[in-house]
Every structure is written in structure tokens, then in C-alpha cells.
Design a protein around this ligand. Sequence first.
Ligand SMILES: [Zn+2]
Ligand SMILES: [Zn+2]
Length: 647
Amino acid sequence: MKRSLIPPSDSPWMPRLAAAAALLCCLASYALARAGGGHSYSGGGFSGGGSIHGSGGSGLIELWIWLVMSHPIIGIPATLLLIYFLYAGGGKGRSMYVGHTIVRGAATQVESEKLTRLAKIKERDPAFDENALVRRVINAFLKIQTAWSAQDMSPARAFVSDGVMERFSIQIAMQKARGMRNQMERVEVRDARIAQADSDSHFDTVHFAVRATAVDTDVLLKDGSTVRNSGKTQSEFVEVWSFLRRPGAKTLQKPGLIEGSCPSCGAPLQAMDAAKCGSCGSFVNSGEYDWVLAEITQGEEWTVRPPERTIQGYQALQQRDPAFNIQFMEDRGSVAFWRWQMAAWERKPDLLQALANEECAKAFIAEISQKHVVYKEAAVGGVEVLACENGDPFDRVHVQVRWSGERFEIAGEEAVSQGQSVMCHVFIFSRKSTVRTDPRHGLRSLRCPGCGAPPSGSAQSSCEYCGVPFNDGSVGWALAAIMPRVLWQRPGIQTAQRAIPGAAGVPAAQTPESDWAAVLTPAHGLAVMVGAMMLDGTIDKRELDFAKAYTRKHNIPDSRIDQYVQAAKLGQLQIPRPKSPAEARACMTGLIHMCLADGTVSAPEMRSLLAFGGQLGMTPDAVKSLAVAERDFLYRRAKQSLAERKN
Ligand SMILES: [Zn+2]
Ligand SMILES: [Zn+2]
């Protein structure tokens, strides 16, 4: 949004190129070689200019030849000037045009995709009203800030998913253990809008970008004194709030969950612990009745997931179990992550045992008996399903959680800080392959898969109503393993093609092995680059300048660089690193796309990419040609979406 756009292409550049191209048809090969070689990553030389000179004018050429012949004093310098013009100005002009088209096309693509997906939702639900929903979301946002500051989430319980609730509860428990609370004062929503929507056979999803300001302070519980930001400085932040509902749900013509009413029977919902309506007994946060908050993502960690994203094994699993869905597994992954944090914090393996099978629980107990490590202010960057395995007797789903926090080792009464950590773990869930998902469960990722009852306590490992065990995979997904992403092996690799409509010669074939780069977020991209820059133990000025330019381009706070650098110095920047040439290429592709967010790979960016490529084992030529190919690919895709909009 802060990006300055180059004015519409056709005006300053087209006449200039038309004239120059017409003039230089005889010198074209010379000019092409210079222009292409000089800006090898600026995309495609002048291939697009051909049609202009074809239509142009033999008359102009004759005129020029006459000028050179009969008035060489004017003609020759003018020719030289024009060659220079085409090389320096025209090259840049073309480059700017391509860059501008990419930016415009990408925005158009996101916008038209959004409209298509919203139209799909409206088809099912004609009363769907974007503006009314935005107003409800602002209301939800403010309610949650108030509940959070008061450390009592029960007023919001009805409209948040189990995963989000687990996150809030555990973060609040950790704050209480530290004798403080986070106080958000003067919260004001500056802007809220639909960033993207999704609609599949399992859920309607709407992502809202919320820009807000607040005075964010920490307050001691014992005397209410302010211990952080005591100057009460107001700060601005952007978050993406994702709401889901089951496709059967329709826009309510009456107050719903956010307004504090049971969408099923209309009874007022009191502050609740179990998201169960006291009047009609419905589990209101399943998404069956109304929109439910399923995820909060920091602006810098959000990206529009490409619709063509393929998840290894997903289709095969879905064919056998039609109600199986990614949203549920990601919510389950989020629950497991926070349980794991809390179990480690309190050294209570029971908390994890309620979700984890015997083997996983044993491994955890062995780990915490060695040393007591906890993470202060843990924050999740992103949760993603990496792969599904269709097995016998167990199916498995691999869920990646990227997160960060300040690492502490506790010895006796003392907690010693070991600095910032940026981590990535894979949570592997297993379930008997004969089990099928109950579509009515919606997002109830923390309820009894047998009867739907919420467990009465966090440490409960079987249902007290129907006796079904939660943690052996016999009826639902049990946690089977937690491992650092760097040690994770992708199960049996197959190949698949990235499907992009209308793109001939798709540059980077996307194997499931490399799909992590397809959802690279701005902050994740920064972490990957800092990780590579820090391989030699230090970050030099040039690298730092590039990192700073990158953070500005993507609205990432500058402090993030330092956080990643510190974590890397301590060996605690544990982010996935490309392990094969295909992954290196995919990772580089993701970074190039990040750089191309404003349409161009600048010279400093290219230098950094080349250095980074070196560390990945890619030659400078390979990096440059990939950059050219990707830019060309984005350009063509942009042109296509711009053309589609016109039709
Ligand atoms: Zn009810
Ligand atoms: Zn049960």
C-alpha cells in the first residue's frame, strides 16, 4: 500500500519505443544484446516490442536513412543518442512497464479471485453482506481485546475455535504465572476490510485485514503498575483475522455468536467455558451456525495461499474420507502446539498426554526430565499441513508450526535467558485408516470425536461420557510425534506439477518436496535469508542494507532483523533449509517472488540473491535465469488477469 506505483505504462514509454524500434530495425541485434545483457534479470529483453516495430513505419526508417545520409551532422549523433535512449531509457522503461504490470496484475488477480470466491459464498447465501460482516468482525475484534486485557476470554468463547481458545488460555496462564497481564488501551480500528475469501466443500472462510492502533502495555497483577511502555506510546499493527463457517450456515437475520446470542435457539449466551449453549445444548463454535474466529495472523506472516497449492497425499486421503479437511488439521495442530508449550512450562506431561499417543508422550517425558526449558512470549507465525500419508493401519498428517519465543532454561529457582529463538516444528498426527471424519464436527478440534462432548479437564485422555479414548488414534487424530523441522523427512516423495492456468513453459516445476516455498510469507522469507547470511557467523553492511530494504518493502518491523540475527548467532534460528536442488530452486523462487512484490528485482536485491544462491549451491547464471523466468511468468500471469478483467 505504501508502494509507489509507476504511472500507467502506455504513456511515456510506448511512443519512445515505437520510434526507436522503427529506427533501429537494422541495429536491433546490437541493441538487444546490450539491453538483455545489461539487465539480465529485468525480464525478457525486447521480445514484446517486435509487434510494434512491425506495425510501425517503413516511412520513418526511410526518413531516418535520408537524415543520416544527407545531414550526417544531425543524423549520426541523433542515431547514437537514440541507441543510448533505447538502451538506458528504453530498457528501464520496458522494465518499469513489466514491473508495473506485475504489480497491477497481482492486485487484479487477488481482487478478482476474491470477488469470485465471495460470489460463490453469495450463491449459497444470498443474504451475505460484506459490510455488515465487517462491522461484526470489528465488534469481535474489540470484544476480544477487552477480554484479553481482563485475562478472561469467556465473553469471546462462543465465537472462537478450539485452537484459538487454547492459544488464548495458555498465553494468559503463562502471563499469570509471571505475575502480569497485557493491557491493550485505547484500541481503535483504523481500517478493516476483506483481504481474501475461500470457499470449499468443508468451509466458507473470510480473511479480514484489520489495521488498528492501541497503547500496548504490560501491567503487574499485584499492584497494577505498568512495567512496559509506561510512556503509553500508541502503536499501529495489522493483523489478519480469519473466520470460518460450515457451508450450510447462512447469514443470520438476528443477533449471532459475536452479539452474544445462540444462533441455534436465540437464547442469550452467558460467559461460557465450553462453547455449549445452556439452553439448547448446541456446541456453538463448530461453525455449523455462524462465523467463528479460526486464526489470527500477523500482517507480516500472512500471504494469500495460491489456489494451485498441492499438498502431498491430500487428494488420496480426501477420496477415502470426503469430510477430511485441512482447516480442522491446522486447528488441531495449533491446539497441540499450545498444549505442548504449556506441558513444558508446567512440567505436566498429562496436558500433552490427552492428545498424544503413548510413544509421543514417553518421548516428551524423557525430554522434560533432562532439562526444564520454557519459552517466554511464544508466538506462532504460521500453521500449515505439509503432507498426508495414506497408510495401513494408520493414516498420518504432518502439520508444520513456525513459532518464536525467548528461550529460558530453568535450574532450581533460577530462570536463565538463552535469547531469542525462531523455531519450526512438525507435529505428526495419526489415526486408524478405517476412521472417517464426521462432517458435523466442523472445527471442533478439541472435542470428543465419539460424542462431541468437551473434555472437562485439559489432562483428560478419554471421554468421561462415552469412554472413547482421545489419544490412541482409534476414533480421531492423535499426536504421534513432535520433531524439529530440520530433522523432518518428507514421507515417500512423489512428483506433481504446479498447475498454472494458461502458462506455457512453467518455470519451476513444483514437487511436493518443495511446496513450502509456495507459501513463503514475508517474515518467513526474511528468516530464511538471515539464516543464509549468517552462515559465515556475521551479517555485513551490504546484507544488512538489503534486509532493511526488504523489511520496508514488506512492512516488517526493523527489529525483526535483529531478532533473527541474534537467534542465528545462538544457533536458535531453526528454520527449514533447502535440502535438495529442487528445494533450493523452490526456495529461491519464493524469494524472487518476494522481491518481485513491487515488480522488480533491484540490483542490491539481485546481489543478495546471488550470494544466497551461492550458499544454496546455485550458480549466478542459474539464479539470474530463474529470476528472468519468474518475472516473465508473473508478467504473463498478470497480463492474463488484466485481460480477464477487461472481458
Ligand atoms: Zn441454543
Ligand atoms: Zn464422548
